[in-house]
Design a protein around this ligand. Structure first.
Ligand code: IPD
Ligand code: CA
Ligand code: CA
Ligand code: CA
Length: 272
């Protein structure tokens, strides 16, 4: 059977799996976590919890949806049994905001998205510490605690609270710092909160006006970007490109072009 299940069904699975995963992450944090290894740079760390939580999520998805593909940050594409190629792919960030998690800062989350034929159709982001849980299905709106989410209606960039993040590569950070240094004169203020998935969800409910970041991977943004889009934000990359590793901008429609234009100008001004 090659039919894909409705997005609501995929969302229910994502929520169930994310709740158990967040509980594991919380328990491991209480028991005490430390750096297990470094990845791309000395500050790009992974803890035992990142790995254990991803294994738990993959195992649960395998049990509930054996024919689907799973892409996670720590283990990449999980092995699948017999083909045909999967129509459903799960995109998993077991702990988004690992550095916050390590330091005990309550801004980190489990992020699980479901893609059907390459399009993200359902996603959940669950804060490990607060239990805040943002969900969305394509066309079905974005939700938290039974409330439908609407993004900010701010239309003046000078009044906008903008959230951003930085990657782990020091050379890229120098460029990202130059962009922030320029942009800060044109906006209300800038926040660097430390978990891209949660950042996108906060913007979805108007707890900040807009978000941008360069260097995101699929798992950082798959669920959060759907939540943001379903809350009315316009999501894009630079110069008409799709959002991706090069840039993700999420802004209320009236703010998108002004913010984008600053970012495009500053990005063109150089840097890796
Ligand atoms: C990171 C966080 C951070 C963002 C980085 C991501 P991780 O993900 O989302 O806020 O600025 O670009 O890599 O490593 O904590 O899952
Ligand atoms: Ca992440
Ligand atoms: Ca992560
Ligand atoms: Ca990471």
């Amino acid at each position: 059977d090659h039919s894909a299940p409705p997005s609501s069904e995929l969302l229910e699975i994502a929520i169930e799996v994310a709740r158990d995963a967040a509980a594991t992450a919380y328990r491991m944090r209480v028991e005490g976590v430390s750096v297990a290894a470094t990845k791309s740079t000395a500050t790009d760390v992974v803890t035992a919890a990142d790995r254990a939580v991803e294994r738990q999520i993959t195992k649960a998805l395998r049990r509930l949806r054996p024919a689907d593909a799973v892409l996670g940050e720590e283990y990449g594409m999980a092995e699948r049994g017999t083909q045909p190629p999967a129509r459903v792919r799960w995109i998993v960030d077991p702990i988004d905001g690992t550095v916050n998690y390590l330091y005990g800062l309550a801004h980190c989350a489990v992020s699980i998205a479901a893609e059907v034929d390459g399009e993200v159709v359902a996603g959940v982001v669950r804060n490990i510490h607060t239990g805040e849980e943002w969900t969305a299905t394509v066309g079905g709106g974005a939700w938290r605690a039974g409330q439908r989410l609407r993004c900010s209606t701010e239309s003046d960039l000078a009044q906008a609270l903008v959230v951003t993040g930085f990657g782990y590569d020091p050379r890229r950070r120098a460029h990202q710092a130059r962009v922030v240094a320029e942009l800060i004169a044109h906006v209300r203020d800038i926040r660097r909160l430390g978990a891209a998935a949660v950042d996108l969800c906060l913007v979805a409910e108007g707890r900040a006006d807009a978000y941008y970041e360069k260097g995101l991977a699929a798992w950082d943004q798959a669920a959060g970007a759907l939540v943001a889009a379903e809350a009315g934000l316009r999501i894009g990359g630079l110069k008409g490109l799709a959002p991706g590793p090069d840039m993700v901008v999420a802004a209320p429609p009236a703010l998108f072009d002004p913010l984008h234009d600053h970012l495009a100008r500053l990005d063109a001004a150089g840097g890796p």
